[in-house]
Design a protein around this ligand. Sequence first.
Ligand code: CA2
Length: 148
Amino acid sequence: MKPVYVINGPNLNMLGLREPDVYGKETLAGLEERCRRKAQALGLDISFRQSNIEGELVSWIQEARNAASGIILNAAAYTHTSIAIHDALKVAQIPIIEVHLSNIYKREPFRHHSYVSPVADGVLCGFGGQGYELAIDAIHEILTKKKG
Ligand code: CA2
Protein backbone atom coordinates (compact mmCIF):
# COMPACT_ATOMS: atom_id res chain seq x y z
CA MET A 1 0.00 0.00 0.00
CA LYS A 2 1.28 3.46 -0.91
CA PRO A 3 1.95 5.82 2.04
CA VAL A 4 -0.46 8.52 3.17
CA TYR A 5 1.23 11.90 2.74
CA VAL A 6 0.81 14.07 5.85
CA ILE A 7 1.71 17.52 4.55
CA ASN A 8 2.27 20.54 6.79
CA GLY A 9 2.58 24.13 5.63
CA PRO A 10 4.42 27.25 6.72
CA ASN A 11 5.52 27.91 10.30
CA LEU A 12 4.32 24.55 11.59
CA ASN A 13 8.02 23.74 12.20
CA MET A 14 7.63 26.25 15.09
CA LEU A 15 5.05 24.08 16.88
CA GLY A 16 5.64 23.77 20.59
CA LEU A 17 8.33 26.47 20.48
CA ARG A 18 6.04 29.55 20.26
CA GLU A 19 2.34 30.36 20.87
CA PRO A 20 1.57 27.27 23.02
CA ASP A 21 -1.73 28.92 24.04
CA VAL A 22 -2.97 28.73 20.43
CA TYR A 23 -1.27 25.63 19.03
CA GLY A 24 -0.36 23.59 22.13
CA LYS A 25 2.95 22.39 23.53
CA GLU A 26 3.52 19.46 21.19
CA THR A 27 6.40 19.87 18.72
CA LEU A 28 6.18 18.89 15.04
CA ALA A 29 8.46 15.90 15.79
CA GLY A 30 6.05 14.87 18.57
CA LEU A 31 3.11 15.19 16.21
CA GLU A 32 4.92 13.08 13.60
CA GLU A 33 5.56 10.37 16.21
CA ARG A 34 1.89 10.42 17.23
CA CYS A 35 0.80 10.06 13.57
CA ARG A 36 3.30 7.24 12.99
CA ARG A 37 1.94 5.30 15.99
CA LYS A 38 -1.68 5.80 14.89
CA ALA A 39 -0.95 4.81 11.28
CA GLN A 40 1.00 1.73 12.34
CA ALA A 41 -1.92 0.56 14.51
CA LEU A 42 -4.13 0.72 11.40
CA GLY A 43 -1.57 -0.88 9.10
CA LEU A 44 -0.90 2.33 7.17
CA ASP A 45 2.42 3.84 6.18
CA ILE A 46 2.87 7.62 6.33
CA SER A 47 5.22 10.12 4.78
CA PHE A 48 5.24 13.14 7.12
CA ARG A 49 6.50 16.43 5.62
CA GLN A 50 6.65 20.16 6.35
CA SER A 51 7.60 23.07 4.14
CA ASN A 52 7.50 26.85 4.35
CA ILE A 53 7.52 27.05 0.54
CA GLU A 54 4.22 27.13 -1.36
CA GLY A 55 5.71 25.62 -4.55
CA GLU A 56 7.16 22.70 -2.62
CA LEU A 57 3.73 21.95 -1.14
CA VAL A 58 2.26 22.06 -4.66
CA SER A 59 4.96 19.65 -5.92
CA TRP A 60 4.29 17.20 -3.08
CA ILE A 61 0.55 17.28 -3.84
CA GLN A 62 1.30 16.61 -7.54
CA GLU A 63 3.65 13.76 -6.56
CA ALA A 64 1.00 12.29 -4.24
CA ARG A 65 -1.32 11.60 -7.16
CA ASN A 66 0.82 8.59 -8.14
CA ALA A 67 2.95 7.99 -5.04
CA ALA A 68 0.40 8.22 -2.19
CA SER A 69 -2.86 6.53 -1.20
CA GLY A 70 -4.22 9.71 0.40
CA ILE A 71 -3.33 13.20 1.62
CA ILE A 72 -3.75 14.76 5.05
CA LEU A 73 -3.07 18.46 4.64
CA ASN A 74 -2.58 21.28 7.08
CA ALA A 75 -1.70 24.02 4.59
CA ALA A 76 -1.44 26.50 7.51
CA ALA A 77 -1.69 30.13 6.29
CA TYR A 78 -1.71 28.99 2.62
CA THR A 79 -5.14 27.49 3.39
CA HIS A 80 -6.53 31.02 3.21
CA THR A 81 -4.56 32.30 0.21
CA SER A 82 -3.38 29.59 -2.17
CA ILE A 83 -5.21 29.03 -5.44
CA ALA A 84 -2.11 27.04 -6.52
CA ILE A 85 -2.70 24.51 -3.73
CA HIS A 86 -6.44 24.43 -4.53
CA ASP A 87 -5.68 23.67 -8.21
CA ALA A 88 -3.15 20.94 -7.35
CA LEU A 89 -5.60 19.24 -4.95
CA LYS A 90 -8.41 19.39 -7.50
CA VAL A 91 -6.61 16.92 -9.79
CA ALA A 92 -5.04 14.72 -7.09
CA GLN A 93 -7.67 11.96 -7.46
CA ILE A 94 -6.95 10.42 -4.02
CA PRO A 95 -8.73 11.00 -0.68
CA ILE A 96 -7.90 14.38 0.88
CA ILE A 97 -8.52 15.37 4.50
CA GLU A 98 -7.94 18.98 5.59
CA VAL A 99 -6.71 19.43 9.15
CA HIS A 100 -6.13 22.43 11.40
CA LEU A 101 -4.94 22.36 14.98
CA SER A 102 -7.07 25.35 15.94
CA ASN A 103 -10.74 26.01 15.22
CA ILE A 104 -10.25 28.47 12.36
CA TYR A 105 -13.93 29.58 12.61
CA LYS A 106 -13.41 30.77 16.18
CA ARG A 107 -10.53 33.00 15.11
CA GLU A 108 -10.01 36.10 12.93
CA PRO A 109 -12.39 36.43 9.94
CA PHE A 110 -9.48 36.10 7.45
CA ARG A 111 -9.06 32.49 8.63
CA HIS A 112 -12.71 31.61 7.94
CA HIS A 113 -12.21 31.01 4.23
CA SER A 114 -10.33 27.92 3.03
CA TYR A 115 -9.21 27.22 -0.54
CA VAL A 116 -8.63 23.60 0.57
CA SER A 117 -12.13 22.76 1.91
CA PRO A 118 -13.97 22.76 -1.46
CA VAL A 119 -11.57 20.11 -2.80
CA ALA A 120 -11.23 18.02 0.40
CA ASP A 121 -13.25 14.92 1.27
CA GLY A 122 -13.44 16.04 4.89
CA VAL A 123 -12.29 18.79 7.25
CA LEU A 124 -11.16 18.59 10.88
CA CYS A 125 -10.30 21.65 12.94
CA GLY A 126 -10.03 22.58 16.60
CA PHE A 127 -8.90 19.21 17.97
CA GLY A 128 -5.20 20.00 18.22
CA GLY A 129 -2.87 17.10 17.40
CA GLN A 130 -5.73 14.65 17.90
CA GLY A 131 -7.21 16.01 14.65
CA TYR A 132 -4.35 14.37 12.74
CA GLU A 133 -5.15 11.01 14.36
CA LEU A 134 -8.83 11.45 13.47
CA ALA A 135 -7.78 12.26 9.90
CA ILE A 136 -5.72 9.04 9.74
CA ASP A 137 -8.81 7.14 10.94
CA ALA A 138 -10.89 8.85 8.24
CA ILE A 139 -8.41 8.05 5.45
CA HIS A 140 -8.23 4.45 6.68
CA GLU A 141 -12.02 4.21 6.57
CA ILE A 142 -12.20 5.67 3.05
CA LEU A 143 -9.44 3.37 1.75
CA THR A 144 -10.99 0.29 3.37
CA LYS A 145 -14.39 1.05 1.82
CA LYS A 146 -12.72 1.60 -1.57
CA LYS A 147 -11.11 -1.86 -1.44
CA GLY A 148 -14.61 -3.28 -0.82
O1 CA2 B 1 -4.76 25.82 13.20
C1 CA2 B 1 -4.00 25.48 12.28
O2 CA2 B 1 -3.52 24.35 12.20
C2 CA2 B 1 -3.58 26.51 11.24
O3 CA2 B 1 -3.51 25.85 9.98
C3 CA2 B 1 -2.21 27.02 11.66
C4 CA2 B 1 -1.67 28.15 10.79
C5 CA2 B 1 -2.72 29.25 10.65
O4 CA2 B 1 -2.24 30.23 9.75
C6 CA2 B 1 -4.05 28.71 10.17
O5 CA2 B 1 -4.97 29.77 10.10
C7 CA2 B 1 -4.58 27.65 11.11
C8 CA2 B 1 -0.41 28.75 11.41
C9 CA2 B 1 0.66 27.76 11.69
C10 CA2 B 1 1.73 28.47 12.47
O6 CA2 B 1 2.16 27.62 13.48
C11 CA2 B 1 2.89 28.17 14.49
C12 CA2 B 1 3.18 27.34 15.54
C13 CA2 B 1 3.89 27.82 16.60
C14 CA2 B 1 4.35 29.13 16.60
C15 CA2 B 1 4.08 29.95 15.54
C16 CA2 B 1 3.34 29.47 14.47
